[in-house]
Design a protein around this ligand. Sequence first.
Ligand SMILES: Cc1cc2nc3c(=O)[nH]c(=O)nc-3n(C[C@H](O)[C@H](O)[C@H](O)COP(=O)(O)O)c2cc1C
Length: 167
Amino acid sequence: MPGKVLIAYTSRRGTTEEIARAIGAELEAAGNTVTVADMKGIASIEGYGAVIIGSPVYLGQVEKAVHAFVARNRDGLLPVPVAAFAVGITPVNSPAAAVEEVLGNLRTALEPVKPVGITMFAGRLELSRLSFLERTMIGAMKILTGDFRDWDAIRAWARELQAVSRL
Ligand SMILES: Cc1cc2nc3c(=O)[nH]c(=O)nc-3n(C[C@H](O)[C@H](O)[C@H](O)COP(=O)(O)O)c2cc1C
């Protein structure tokens, strides 16, 4: 059933924000009214029938902004369906167990909220967008760089959420 959906993201370099906007566009196409906003600036979640939370992963962790957003809006989040996605390079470079570990961290950040859907999307890691220090770190780790976002998978997850969670 279509409804009013909030997509609350945090993003250092726009990668997660663009994914949040693509999910929003898909849910709007399905008839929902969608607000996509940086979670740091969201004063209230009142009136939304569902909330989707998105965060990039840095050094294995989702952003502190997620913990803060959930703590701030705990009472409003508990009664509505909440879904969450992480964005990072782990799905590209690492075994499935590493993705599971990130999802475990995301679940912990959401507590006591129990998500109706949770996933990790491959993100974007481009050396030219990084600071000197980050470039040195990433270079030393010898991991693949590039834009690995799979827009079909992102849109499919949005449709799946709509179907399974009464979004
Ligand atoms: C210093 C640094 C550390 C990172 N650590 C991780 C990590 O531990 N796991 C992961 O999956 N991705 C990691 N990434 C990749 C980012 O999550 C990825 O670039 C993401 O798309 C960034 O999203 P954003 O532009 O929304 O901030 C790291 C990137 C940088 C620059």
